[in-house]
Design a protein. Structure first.
Length: 216
């Protein structure tokens, strides 16, 4: 009797092992099906679909029409501007911040009689006809000092590292963001459509690069 028991044990193990192997194979087959489906779907999504259009037909965007319109808000735009300014001001001793609240605000400092003085310059933004943005100085906060806005803006123009596409005009007390001169790496450019800081509604359009002339 004992010998029969010992002989049956290997058969039981083989059966269990066969079941485990069967589950493993089924599991691997399922994984293969899922991966195959994923690869197939990915290829279909990123493969250009053939059409019956003539070979010469192309998708064109009417001249002066945006290829993409973007709606954003103050929080997202502040994040982008902070990243841009941090990169711009690397290696510069004079730092400043620019961010949007219910008004556009420029925060910085300059020296008076050897002492660093903080200032807050507030602007109202306006979208210009050409899609650029004009910031009109509205208010200045600089502690107990009573300085004219034009004097502070002159100090900003002289002492701050400002992008080439930003124009500071102390006399008119304005800052113009020349978006038409701010080109992306691929040549595309941006125009402002609408800025409502109180309603937190900001809209820009993205345009394709202008066509180069044959002589260029």
């Amino acid at each position: 009797m004992e010998e029969n028991k010992e002989e049956r044990q290997p058969e039981k193990r083989s059966t269990v092992k066969g079941k485990i192997n069967g589950w493993k194979i089924a599991f691997l087959v399922l994984i293969g099906i899922l991966l195959g489906g994923l690869i197939f779907t990915t290829v279909r999504v990123f493969t250009v679909r053939e059409t019956n259009l003539p070979p010469s037909s192309e998708t064109t965007v009417p001249k002066g029409s945006p290829v993409l319109t973007m709606n954003t808000n103050k929080k997202k735009l502040n994040t982008v501007m902070a990243y841009f300014l941090n990169d711009l001001q690397k290696g510069s001793d004079v730092k400043y911040e620019f961010y949007l609240e219910n008004q556009a605000m420029l925060k910085g400092e300059f020296k008076i009689l050897g002492a660093n003085v903080d200032f807050y310059l507030y602007f109202d933004p306006y979208v210009m006809d050409n899609g650029n943005v004009q910031l009109k100085a509205r208010d200045l906060s600089i502690g107990s000092l009573n300085l004219p806005v034009s004097q502070v803006m002159t100090a900003i123009k002289r002492g701050y590292k400002i992008p080439k596409w930003v124009e500071v005009d102390p006399k008119e007390q304005t800052i113009v963001l020349k978006l038409n001169e701010f080109k992306l790496n691929n040549g595309m450019f941006i125009k402002a459509n609408h800025i409502d800081l109180v309603g937190d509604d900001i809209q820009f359009s993205l345009y394709l690069p202008k066509e180069k002339k044959a002589d260029d």
